[in-house]
Design a protein around this ligand. Sequence first.
Ligand SMILES: NC(=O)c1ccc[n+]([C@@H]2O[C@H](COP(=O)([O-])OP(=O)(O)OC[C@H]3O[C@@H](n4cnc5c(N)ncnc54)[C@H](OP(=O)(O)O)[C@@H]3O)[C@@H](O)[C@H]2O)c1
Length: 336
Amino acid sequence: MKSFLIDRYAKGGALRLGESPMPELRENDVLVEIHAAGVNPLDNKIRDGEFKLILPYRFPLVLGNDLAGIVVRVGANVRKFKPGDEVYARPAQDRIGTFAEYIAIDEADLAMKPSNLTMEEAASIPLVTLTAWQVLVERANLQKGQKVLIHAGSGGVGAITIQLAKHLGAYVATTASTANIDLVKSLGADVVVDYKKNDFETVLQDYDVVLNSLGKDTLEKSLRVLKPGGKLISISGPPDPQFARQNGFGWPLQQVMRLLSFGIRRKSKRRGISYSFLFMTANGGQLGKIASLIEAGHIRPVMDRVFPFEKTNEALDYVETGRAKGKVVITVKQVP
Ligand SMILES: NC(=O)c1ccc[n+]([C@@H]2O[C@H](COP(=O)([O-])OP(=O)(O)OC[C@H]3O[C@@H](n4cnc5c(N)ncnc54)[C@H](OP(=O)(O)O)[C@@H]3O)[C@@H](O)[C@H]2O)c1
């Protein structure tokens, strides 16, 4: 099958269009013909080798973390899916590879695709929406009426997280540049801070939760926005010791993560705020609930650009600019 892969880590390197063997199907696996694949900054970071300490991949490695497609075959133990089903997923982190014609994926990581979305729209959903769900519902336990600041509201994660937070009944603030203010307002943001003109930390106060997806500066300034008892949740680092323990990392890596997050954990503690790092995980059950929210019109995909399969490298370059408004998707199989 055709795939876009890497033979070694290389910062900024191009993916190679090559031939890969058809995936082997385990008993709990579903073989999916991929029609569309979402692109994430994570794809570029894996290519660059940024995750090599915590995600030990083997080469050649097919990249790609989001998919929508059609089931072609199922393993002996699969109960929930059958050939012909339209599905979507973020595969488990050790079984990525959606920039390809087929993938084998555990049925626990898969869900039926929202019926009102195209394949491209559906492929834009899994990774970012699972992130939003795991931050707001699981980690923050966000309640009606609580105040949440979602940084970078016009990005892939931000555009979906604003909508989920509104659906949960929260009061939502976000940061965006002048050109994207109308977009984030249309997604439901109650307050928009134009980061080109104002400093969010001087405008916002008494927040219950902040989702940080930006750098160290934004992370530290976010402490000033939170009230005592508030939660600072970062998806862009630094990783903390709890994350290291949950992932079963050895003592040396646990110490590295303790050191990396020492400063922000100490500053948070002084203000009575809890700091935590979150790295999303595959979850078909959550994707099923998300599909219901999409079908009911509570969440909609926010699409920036769709690229044809042969332009996968251009799609990754576009995401790497950091200027995408919503999601970038690759059409893998063009259906007439
Ligand atoms: N830990 C996890 O599980 C997890 C999951 C998903 C993503 N992430 C990480 O989270 C980060 C964001 O991911 P993403 O998919 O949302 O990225 P993205 O779609 O590439 O984000 C691009 C958006 O960020 C906005 N932006 C850039 N700088 C900003 C600033 N200073 N203030 C406000 N907005 C700003 C841009 O708006 P302008 O063009 O207007 O600046 C653009 O719309 C990445 O580092 C990604 O790797 C982590």
